[in-house]
Write a protein that binds this ligand. Structure first.
Ligand SMILES: NC(=O)c1ccc[n+]([C@@H]2O[C@H](COP(=O)([O-])OP(=O)(O)OC[C@H]3O[C@@H](n4cnc5c(N)ncnc54)[C@H](O)[C@@H]3O)[C@@H](O)[C@H]2O)c1
Ligand SMILES: [Zn+2]
Ligand SMILES: [Zn+2]
Length: 389
């Protein structure tokens, strides 16, 4: 089959690789009808995630048609149309039973590697480093889905692929980011990053009752899309974000702040961003957490900082003094997608949201490598790329 494979920093190729096969009774194989490139794929593309191997198949946002089912899987049948969560979860362990699917303790066969870095291992993920299982991803013609009696959910006929695809990741992630904020009537939520995840967080914050959303980015099209969703937008290259948020909130700060940027914050944003970049480039640091620092400072006393932008390692100069003295709550996670899927599918079916509003580019697998570059550079108005293998 054809697939997008990783070969090093800024080197994604469309290649022929072996077709996946059923390896366990609970597996299913799906013929991918739509998949997407995520901001998380950019961390791999930029070479910031360790333990990727040459030839690894990329992609963790995928949906398609079931073409083969393992003997022990009674939930799926050949011909079912399903969307697949990016988190791989057994459904039975301590964490899965409590709904913390992204903490599954059975789905990462390379647990020991993750333990060394993080103290313990989260769930395995599709197309995301051998630290998290080295599973082949969904930017391919076919995808092997482990524990396919737990993760994938059937898509009703009423929904198009484009409406259903983002239930695999960015819609649940944006929704979780807003849910973490425990939004009360009248509250203001500030969101850093107007990429696909930030866009989903803006819509979700309004769905959950925010009175006002302030959205921060520097890319014109992304700010425009945020404004179209009702957000008040701020460009960090043109304004002092802290001053502006204080002014907008009577000097208190936002009730909740969402970091939907993560480790690759733009070095042009500030001096601390530039220092972070130098530290990472010289192996003196692992991440560039400027947005997290700013979100903490911009959050009101006893407010919530919700982190869905991904960080990898040991973050420097996080203002914990500010956080503890002012009573902030921190919430964060790789999204336990399965926990949100049925409820969010229902919201899409009811027409409360059509997640396809973020799509700007549609492509074939062959066009995939070029679109990684376009998405990274935010060229050509690119916000979200959907690939139809
Ligand atoms: N927690 C999860 O489960 C989960 C799931 C999906 C994605 N993610 C993460 O969410 C993050 C966003 O993903 P995406 O697909 O939207 O990526 P993206 O790269 O398209 O979006 C990031 C946005 O942040 C903006 N940005 C950069 N520096 C900034 C700054 N200083 N202030 C404000 N905005 C700034 C960029 O211009 C860009 O628009 C990534 O870190 C990704 O890994 C997490
Ligand atoms: Zn993703
Ligand atoms: Zn589990």
């Amino acid at each position: 089959m054809k697939a997008l494979t990783w070969h090093g920093k800024h080197d994604i190729r469309c290649e022929t690789v072996p077709d996946p096969i059923i390896e366990d009774d609970r597996d299913a194989i799906i013929k991918v009808t739509a998949c997407a490139i995520c901001g998380s794929d950019l961390h791999l593309y930029q070479g910031s995630v360790p333990d990727m191997h040459s030839g690894d198949v990329m992609g963790h946002e995928a949906m398609g048609e079931v073409v083969e089912v393992g003997k022990g899987n009674s939930k799926l049948q050949v011909g079912d149309r399903v969307v697949v969560p990016f988190t791989i979860s057994c459904g039975h362990c301590f964490f899965c039973q409590r709904g913390f699917f992204s903490g599954c303790e059975n789905s990462n066969p390379d647990k020991e590697k993750a333990k060394k870095m993080w103290g313990n291992s989260p769930a395995g993920l599709f197309g995301y480093t051998h630290m998290l299982g080295g599973y082949s991803g969904g930017q391919a013609e076919y995808l092997r889905v482990p524990y396919a009696d737990v993760g994938p959910i059937k898509v009703p006929d009423g929904l198009t692929d484009e409406q259903a695809l983002f239930l695999s990741d960015i819609f649940p992630t944006g929704y979780m980011a807003a849910e973490f904020c425990n939004i009360q009537p009248g509250e203001t939520v500030a969101i850093w990053g107007c990429g696909p995840v930030g866009q989903m967080a803006i819509r979700s914050a309004y769905m959950l009752g925010a009175a006002r959303v302030i959205a921060v980015d520097s890319v014109a099209e992304r700010l425009a899309l945020a404004a179209a969703s009702g957000a008040l937008t701020l460009n960090y290259l043109e304004t002092d974000i802290y001053d502006e948020i204080m002014q907008l909130t009577g000097g208190r700060g936002a009730d909740a702040c969402i970091d939907a940027v993560g480790t690759e914050a733009d070095p042009a944003a500030s001096w601390d961003s530039r220092i972070d970049r130098i530290k990472v480039a010289t192996f003196m640091g692992t991440d560039r957490p400027h947005v997290l620092r700013q979100a903490i400072h911009c959050c009101r006393n006893f407010g919530t900082v919700s982190i869905v932008g991904v960080y990898g390692g040991f973050l420097d100069k996080i203002p914990m003094g500010s956080a503890i003295n002012r009573g902030l709550t921190f919430r964060m996670a790789q999204t336990p997608v399965q926990r949100y899927l049925p409820m969010l599918m229902d919201r899409v079916l009811k027409g409360e949201i059509d997640p396809s509003f973020v799509i700007t580019h549609r492509a074939t697998l062959e066009e995939g490598p070029g679109l990684y570059e376009t998405f990274k550079n935010k060229d050509d108005g690119c916000i979200k790329v959907v690939i139809k293998p």
